[in-house]
Design a protein around this ligand. Structure first.
Ligand code: GP9
Ligand code: MN
Length: 708
């Protein structure tokens, strides 16, 4: 029993050592900081599951990130001279920080997300969509968060901790705070190395908390919320008049040869991650890289576009999604989804199609639901179902760094897809063809030999292109086998470039170009992405050469579905319209037309790939006009979004979406879908098949599914 005595003795020694250190103000401060730090780490691990840390540097960042902010805040009470004030304020601050931590724990258990300033202010409205407030799950381990406070208060009352009357000079407090601040800055610097543009792009709340900690995240969020609310406060309903006039003047009409060609059909939008036009019809070592996509591209049943440009800014995928759903631009900085999406009034495709033509809707994606703030945005857009990474087993070899592999996503989406009432509007966001374009050997096509370009990105890119191509082919095979194909229009588009401009030296020879003569215009041209609208039975499709971009997809699709788009505030024009002006405006204010392009202020001749050195007077006038038009388009779109002007605008047959009506929890979603598709008059595929699942019709060669 000696060892037991020893343990007890050690315990007593540690307690009295701690107690002796606690007798000074500095000791009390340091101890309080360490306690809050330890509690934060406990929560990071026990509740936030370490926020998917994956590299050693991320581990270090997660461990140190609570320190700077906690020290900075906890140093404030040191400024009090009177000891009861110092001790009281320290306890209160510890209590406040613990409450904040605990609120986040509760919120996270319900929403798998962190509390933003907005959600704190409007928690009740958000909560209606989820479980009832009373159903919040408590855990007995939660007590750990509060024990220290109880013990400290007890020790102070029993005078086991004697209040130190000696106050700390202001200069020392200031240097302590400065040290805390420097720590935060250093943390930020290191985080930026691990995740460049973290602050400007603000991908995901989880990223911000993982890299910077809860405190700085809240500070940043408070700043965003404040600046946004200032801008929004200044908005007046009359501002919509000018916007409406602009949109009316820019309306290009529709093309009667195509209008209504997809009327009443289901719509599947397939977002081809980082997929560029340069891969279409590309042969590498004598083999087509994407034979299936090429066949769709050349089909008479497809409207394919070879001068289609991505127009994203820093919001990348989320900007592309925003343009396709709303035909408004992303923001000049950061992601609209992340910055404004939580309380934006959207007049977006899922709601429009639902209200005007009875479409149900769903998004399928293999990454976390909170990435790019999608959970909040999709509710505001009126998406009925959001089937994200946590619906699937996305562990081990089943996923890449960006989530569930595409072949598995498509296959495992079927039990949900077949239950959607028809017509449906379903979006698939693929991820496997995402930089750094790495997939397991087993997933690579052994018959395909990629380039040996000198750039690992390019060589890998074609390999994941091939994987993407096969996954789309498998999905199409299923559509045909299940009978969905005939009644479904499929829109496929590349969201933005995958290969950086910095790889042009290695890319040029693959495209049959001379790297030494590579121009800025080549960079822009190389950033074209494909758009293929495949409508079975269309027959008069073909490759369209009109210049356009992502902003134009929504009006094009609406017209194909026979839904006039004129009433909406959209900045794109129907790509099939004969009267469209072919001015493609990039998010950085560059623009391109079939004749000219403006790149960082230099004008190029699009046809000859040369700089217009000496413009004529007419040319100068034309360039000025185009420049003005491009800027005006972006500026008006930005005003609409930043000021949230659509809340003042009520298009015919459109009711504003209420986010509280949507619930994306897995269980609730499964129940909802089951209920809808089991009704006697259900229009779901499952009901059409007498409730015999079509999931077994899906064939994939994904090794994770076949067990090979
Ligand atoms: C993440 C995926 C990638 O969920 O959509 O986004 P990106 O990095 O391309 O913007
Ligand atoms: Mn993307």
């Amino acid at each position: 029993m000696n060892w037991l005595k020893q343990v007890k003795q050690n315990g007593r020694n540690a307690a009295s050592w701690t107690l002796s250190k606690l007798q000074t103000r500095m000791g009390f401060f340091v101890f309080s900081v360490l306690l809050v730090w330890a509690k934060t780490l406990f929560v990071y691990g026990a509740d936030f599951r370490w926020m998917h840390v994956s590299t050693p540097l991320q581990v270090v960042l997660v461990i140190i990130n609570p320190l700077g902010f906690t020290a900075l805040v906890m140093a404030l009470p040191l400024l009090f001279k009177k000891s009861p004030l110092f001790y009281g304020a320290t306890i209160v601050l510890n209590g406040l920080m613990t409450t904040f931590l605990y609120l986040n724990v509760i919120y996270f258990r319900e929403f798998t997300d962190f509390m933003s300033v907005n959600t704190m202010l409007t928690y009740s409205s958000v909560n209606q969509g989820g479980k009832a407030a009373g159903a919040v799950s408590f855990d007995w381990l939660d007590i750990i968060l509060w024990i220290d406070l109880i013990v400290l208060i007890y020790l102070l009352f029993r005078k086991r901790i004697k209040m130190d009357r000696q106050f700390i000079p202001k200069r020392r407090v200031a240097s302590l705070m400065a040290a805390g601040f420097c720590f935060i800055m250093a943390n930020l610097g290191v985080a930026d190395i691990e995740r460049p543009q973290l602050l400007t792009r603000q991908f995901d709340r989880e990223y911000l908390v993982k890299y910077l900690g809860l405190g700085p995240f809240l500070g940043l969020d408070a700043y965003n919320t404040f600046t946004t609310s200032q801008v929004r406060k200044s908005a007046r309903p009359e501002e919509m008049n000018q916007v409406k006039k602009y949109v009316d003047d820019n309306y290009a009409g529709m093309n009667v040869d195509y209008a209504g060609k997809a009327k009443g059909k289901n719509v599947v939008v397939i977002h081809l991650e980082s997929f560029q036009q340069l891969s279409i019809d590309r042969r590498v070592n004598g083999q087509e890289v994407t034979p299936f996509l090429n066949s769709l591209y050349h089909s008479n049943d497809s409207l394919s576009f070879d001068n289609f440009f991505h127009q994203v800014g820093q919001g990348k995928t989320s900007d592309a999604e925003n343009m396709l759903e709303t035909s408004t631009f992303g923001l000049p900085q950061g992601s609209l989804f992340a910055k404004l999406g939580s309380d934006q009034t959207f007049q977006a495709m899922p709601a429009i199609l639902n209200q005007r033509a009875g479409y149900s809707s769903a998004v399928f994606h293999g990454n976390n639901g909170s990435f790019w703030n999608r959970t909040n945005v999709y509710k505001n857009m009126g998406y009925q179902n959001w089937i994200s990474g946590n619906y699937f087993n996305a562990t081990g070899k089943r996923a890449t760094a960006w989530g569930l592999k595409d072949k598995i996503l498509f296959k495992e989406s079927i039990p949900y897809l077949e239950q959607l009432p028809q017509p449906f509007y379903a979006k698939y966001l693929t991820v496997t063809n995402h930089t750094p374009f790495e997939i397991d050997k087993e997933d690579q096509d052994p018959t395909f030999q990629t380039t040996n370009s000198g750039s690992k990105y390019i060589d890998n890119y074609f390999v994941t292109n091939r994987y993407l191509d096969q996954s789309i082919q498998e999905f199409f095979n299923y559509l045909k086998k299940s009978g969905l194909y005939e009644n479904t229009a499929v829109v496929l588009y590349g969201d933005h470039y995958g290969i950086n401009n910095s790889e042009s030296a290695e890319l040029a020879p693959i495209l049959g170009k001379d790297a030494n003569n590579w121009t800025d215009l080549d960079n822009v041209n190389e950033q074209r992405t494909p758009l293929i609208i495949h409508i079975p039975g269309l027959q008069n499709g073909g490759i369209q050469h009109t210049y356009g971009g992502e902003i134009d997809v929504a009006p094009t699709l609406l017209h194909l579905l026979d839904l006039p788009s004129k009433r909406y505030i959209q900045f794109g024009q129907d790509l099939l319209s004969k009267d469209r002006d072919q001015l493609v405006v990039m998010r950085n204010k560059d623009w391109i037309t079939p004749e000219y392009a403006s790149i960082s202020g230099t004008i190029w001749n699009t046809q000859t790939n040369t700089i217009v050195e000496k413009p004529t007077k007419e040319q100068e006038e034309l360039f000025d006009k185009l420049q003005k038009k491009a800027r005006e388009k972006l500026a008006i779109s930005d005003t609409v979004n930043q000021k949230n002007l659509l809340r003042f605008y009520h298009p015919e047959d459109f009711k504003n979406v209420n986010a509280a009506n949507y619930n994306y929890e897995k269980e609730a979603t499964m129940k909802r879908l089951q209920k809808a598709s089991s009704a006697a008059n259900s229009s779901s595929l499952l009901a059409q098949k007498q409730w015999k699942s079509t999931a077994n019709l899906y064939e994939t060669n994904a090794p994770e599914e076949t067990g090979k």
